[in-house]
Design a protein around this ligand. Structure first.
Ligand SMILES: Cc1ncc(C[n+]2csc(CCOP(=O)(O)OP(=O)(O)O)c2C)c(N)n1
Length: 275
């Protein structure tokens, strides 16, 4: 897929995230918009995961540890054909399996998440299993920077290095905001690169909205044989909709009719000016 096609997908995904959040009258808006470019590159360029190989033990694994941003995952999985996109009209409705956090009841979702701080530990186990079974699949997880203070992450980080899990890649969606304030104010984890390096990881930093740069970085995995890899993706919460960007109010929230119209107009303008 060309970069322009990928860029178009990102804008379409953003429109769909908003559409289904409005339809559900609920959703984690800002964090879904911050991570959607990462998911775009993963599912359209990196991961060996399709609806056809999803039950194969050799597929790559993606676990969305910041599970509250499930709307981003839903629109990408629908686009990849894991389920009909129309299913998302039931999002957060009575008796729908499409709830506000990932569940394995939905094809394409590897693990139930949403209680923060579990994805990395699960992925350490999965990556270790690959080593023990002599499998070559890769294991990816997406963490939030507000999620990172959970103690289980640091235990998992230590263990990943101990077991030399170079088949494991954690991606940090570093949008610098969490639910009640900035990550720096709530519980600062910086300098996060030096912390992970001191645990034995190799760390690379990238603009989490630069699709080409992310393609390049994921192509260079593992960053070093025998070591787990961390990608620090610098992102903007609410990216793509001017009044949502860097605004804590949009951690969760549903745009009203006028706000929705403005957001869609902005995204359509972005489509027209794509290069
Ligand atoms: C164990 C646990 N504690 C608290 C929460 C409530 N919670 C939901 S989202 C969130 C903030 C997460 O911030 P971050 O990971 O940075 O997400 P992003 O800003 O990318 O949306 C919190 C504290 C939770 N889901 N799980």
């Amino acid at each position: 897929m060309t970069t322009k096609e990928l860029k178009e997908k990102s804008v379409q995904y953003r429109k769909k995230i908003l559409k289904y959040i409005v339809g559900a009258n609920a959703g984690h808006t800002g964090g879904s918009l911050s991570c959607i470019d990462i998911l775009n590159v993963l599912y359209n360029h990196v991961l060996n995961v399709t609806p056809h190989n999803f039950s194969s033990p050799d597929r790559d694994r993606y676990v969305q540890s910041k599970g509250h941003s499930v709307e981003a995952l839903y629109v990408v999985l629908a686009d990849k054909g894991f389920f009909p996109e129309d299913d998302l009209n039931t999002l957060c409705k009575y008796q729908s399996h499409y709830i506000g956090h990932p569940t394995r009841k939905i094809k394409g979702i590897e693990q139930n998440t949403g209680a923060l701080g579990h994805g990395l530990s699960i992925c350490v186990g999965t990556a270790l299993a690959a080593k023990m079974d002599d499998k070559s699949y890769k294991v990816f997880t997406l963490l939030g920077d507000g999620e990172l203070p959970e103690g289980s992450n640091w235990e998992a980080a230590l263990t990943a290095a101990h077991y030399k899990l170079d088949n494991l890649c954690a991606i940090l969606d570093k949008n610098s905001l969490q639910i009640t304030g900035t990550t720096a104010d709530v519980c600062n984890t910086d300098p996060v690169d030096r912390k992970f390096e001191s645990f034995g990881w190799v760390v690379k930093e990238v603009d989490g909205h630069d699709l080409d740069a992310m393609k390049e970085i994921f192509e260079s995995l593992p960053f070093e044989p025998g070591k787990p890899s961390l990608v620090i993706a610098n992102t903007i919460k609410g990216k793509g909709v001017s009044f949502m960007e860097n605004n804590i109010k949009w951690h969760h929230g549903v745009p009203d009719k006028d706000q929705y119209a403005t957001a869609i107009e902005e995204l359509e303008n972005a489509l027209e000016t794509l290069q």
